[in-house]
Design a binder for this molecule. Structure first.
Ligand SMILES: [Ca+2]
Length: 384
């Protein structure tokens, strides 16, 4: 056996010794620990028993008051619920009452509004009645006034009729005045005539005027009988008026003529008279001629008046009025005058218009027309 083996064996032996020693020591310690655990377990059991006792005691002590408390609370809750129910019922009653009150209030308001409306309507009715009365009163006044007005109108008309009897029968009473005046002839309504004192002294009544061509003189019988044109401008007085005027008393005729050079001439006849419509307004007389223009109306005496639609002339082949676009006391068309012819704005006539203008043959022949012509009459008594 080697040294190494001996050492090793010794070492093993020594380890066994040490381990045995340690083993004993551990066993002691384990025993001690076991005892300690046992003690602890016992203490734990004691504690558990003690805890259980305490807990059961504590629960008994707590549960009893809680029950009481809960019962009380429940009782209070019931009381509260009952009170709440009662309150709710009361509230419901109040709501119902409120609703009824509200309904009544609304009804009251409606009723009140109706009454206010009724009051306003009544007031308006009263105002309306007052206005109606006022209107009625005004109507009565108006009717009264209308009646008065009518009475005044009748009076006025009566005065006017009376006045008419005093109206002049010609221009003589107007003297040297030149203007438009109302005259009255027996059996005729009053009518207006131009009086002209500018050319041949005072008191002349204008029966025909040509000055600018503004009025058409190529017209029918009815128009020549009635008259036409403007009293301030070109016009013809009318054959019926001429007849009525000259039938009253003897009249003189003044024919005032002006050519396009401004030269003035005249023809004066001292007994101008026109017959009734039954005689086709025949030119009954002219009297004596006197003047500067020549006696171009000489052949018209005792001739009937002719218009385009009424041929009363002595020309067998036709109508002088149509031939010369005019109307006059034509004989057989030749050697004549034509104051109612077409108005030309220049002196010279052409071969086609020859004799169709405002002709005064004794002065300018058939080829020249005049610029202005005015026929006027006046009672012979004025110049005597
Ligand atoms: Ca004829």
């Amino acid at each position: 056996m080697s040294t190494y083996d001996s050492i090793f064996k010794y070492y093993i032996w020594l380890c066994v010794v040490v381990v045995s020693a340690e083993k004993s020591e551990v066993k002691v310690k384990i025993d001690q620990l076991e005892k300690l655990i046992l003690q602890n377990n016992e203490q734990l059991l004691q504690l558990e028993a003690s805890w259980n006792a305490v807990r059961s005691a504590s629960i008994d002590q707590t549960e009893a008051p809680c029950d009481t408390y809960i019962k009380e609370q429940r009782s209070q809750l019931s009381a509260c619920q009952a009170q709440a129910k009662a309150t709710a019922e009361k509230l419901k009653e109040n709501e119902d009452s409120c609703e009824i009150l509200l309904y009544n209030l609304t009804s009251c308001r409606v009723s009140l509004a109706d009454r206010e409306d009724q009051a306003q309507v009544s007031e308006l009715h009263l105002q309306l009645k007052a206005k109606d009365d006022e209107i009625l009163k005004l109507r009565r006044q108006s009717n009264d006034n209308l009646l008065k007005l009518r009475a005044e109108q009748l009076k006025l008309r009566a005065y006017d009729s009376e006045l008419e009897e005093f109206l002049p029968q010609n221009c003589l009473p107007f003297g040297s005045a030149t203007g438009i005046y109302r005259i009255k002839l027996p059996g005729m309504d009053t009518f207006y005539v131009p009086c002209d004192a500018r050319f041949a002294g005072s008191g002349w009544l204008v029966i025909q005027r040509r000055m600018d061509g503004s009025v058409d003189f190529y017209r029918n019988w009815t128009e020549y009988r009635t008259g036409f044109g403007s009293l301030n401008g070109e016009f013809f007085i009318g054959l019926e008026k001429l007849h009525r005027l000259t039938a009253q008393q003897p009249f003189e005729l003044f024919v005032y003529l002006e050519d396009f050079e401004g030269e003035v001439r005249y023809a004066h006849y001292d007994n101008f008279s026109v017959g009734s419509e039954q005689s086709f307004y025949q030119l009954n007389s002219l009297g004596r001629y006197e003047g500067t223009a020549g006696n171009s109306m000489a052949l018209n005496v005792l001739q009937k008046f002719s218009t385009a639609d009424k041929d009363n002339d002595s020309w067998q082949e036709g109508n002088c009025a149509r031939r010369y676009n005019s109307a006059w006391w034509y004989a057989s068309c030749s050697a004549f005058c034509n104051p109612n012819g077409k108005y030309f704005k220049k002196r010279q006539l052409s071969s086609t218009t020859r004799g169709k203008g405002i002709i005064w043959q004794q002065w300018h022949g058939f080829e020249e027309t005049l610029k202005f012509v005015q026929l006027m009459i006046r009672p012979i008594s004025a110049s005597v």
